[in-house]
Design a binder for this molecule. Structure first.
Ligand code: A3D
Length: 311
């Protein structure tokens, strides 16, 4: 097997397993896969190993039975938890998933104290904050995935609307992963031209509504479970930037210490990702309405954090 970094994925459900497949297909890292449903994690690891063999790839996916197996991981991706059911908001998952994130974070602290942690479990911003508190890791090593996905969704809607290439678009979506996400059109570019110069406000509002509703639309069409190809591809992009020390900018859920006028909260902002995790937060110039929604978004995250009585 190739001598590559090790990534552990906690939660071998839809997002976790799809992420494992994407990372190994790209020959980025060997994977250790853990789930409370141990037989399921084992079954998926065996099946994915067969897929890698079919593609003649010498990458390892191994199921692990306990948390000792995560030791030596460069990155731990946490997708353990309940997904939304039709009609549920991400916030409805708060209490149940907080218990899971608490116990998983304690194990990461114990067995992978040098790892970078990428949280995916919803409600994302609150779970990232909780993991930061429980692990006690430097905030640069605890981050959440949502902005990459929300930006990708916006890109897809813009490309369809304007009939242009996705690769010519650079979207920026900040804020919480939910109703109060903040698409920043002054910083969303089509061939380096801001979208505010291309589309009318009413069109931009329609794109925002589509982006905010994208996750719920998938939940309602699926009937059980929530989106996973888009989320897994978004985790993959973050993992790649970190492992390859790319120092590229991605919207990610980061701890803020005064940036954007916000403090002691995890929220989606543009971040430079590299081998340290979040190398730095990029501060964009926002319009007054944009920074007002961002502040409101932070307030709603803080209200949920207070409900958990972490401190
Ligand atoms: P699902 O396919 O149900 O997988 C979750 C897995 O977690 C299941 O296999 C469970 O057995 C496992 N699990 C539960 N408790 C534990 C535990 N204590 N330790 C280890 N494993 C456990 O869900 P999914 O993969 O679709 O989604 C996983 C989480 O990610 C959910 O909370 C989703 O809401 C969230 N999610 C977030 C985004 C974002 O963009 C932030 C996108 C998609 C999903």
């Amino acid at each position: 097997m190739k001598n590559l970094p090790k990534i552990s994925i906690i939660g071998a459900g839809n997002v976790g397993a799809t992420t494992a497949m994407m990372i190994t297909e790209a020959e980025l890292a060997n994977i250790a896969l853990f789930d409370v449903a141990k037989a399921m994690a084992k079954a998926k690891s065996i099946d994915m190993s067969h897929a890698l063999a079919a593609k003649s790839l010498n990458i390892k996916i191994e199921p692990i039975d306990d948390y000792k197996g995560i030791s030596g991981s460069s990155i731990v991706v946490v997708t353990a938890g309940f997904p939304r059911k039709p009609g549920m908001s991400r916030d409805d998952l708060l209490k149940a998933n907080a218990d899971i994130i608490k116990s998983v974070s304690k194990e990461i602290k114990k067995y992978a104290p040098g790892a970078i942690v990428i949280i995916v479990t919803n409600p994302l911003d609150v779970m990232a904050y909780l993991s930061y508190k429980i692990t006690g890791f430097n905030h640069s090593r605890v981050l959440g995935m949502a902005g990459v996905l929300d930006s990708a969704r916006l890109t897809d809607f813009i490309a369809a609307r304007l009939n242009v290439k996705r690769s010519d678009i650079e979207s920026t979506v900040l804020g919480s992963h939910g109703e109060l996400m903040v698409p920043v059109y002054s910083q969303t570019m089509l061939n380096n031209k801001p979208l505010t110069d291309i589309l009318q406000q009413k069109d931009l509002d329609e794109l925002s509504a589509l982006t905010k509703n994208a996750g719920a639309q998938i939940v309602s069409l699926l009937g059980t479970g929530s989106a996973y190809y888009g989320p897994a591809a978004s985790v993959f992009e973050m993992v790649k930037a970190i492992l390859l020390d790319n120092k590229t900018t991605h919207c990610a859920c980061s701890y803020l210490q005064g940036e954007y006028g916000l403090r002691d909260v995890y929220i989606g902002v543009p971040c430079v990702l590299g081998k340290k995790g979040i190398e730095r937060v990029v501060e964009l110039k926002l319009t007054k309405p944009e920074s007002d929604v961002l502040a409101k978004s932070a307030e709603s995250i803080k209200a949920m954090i207070r409900k958990l009585e972490i401190n």
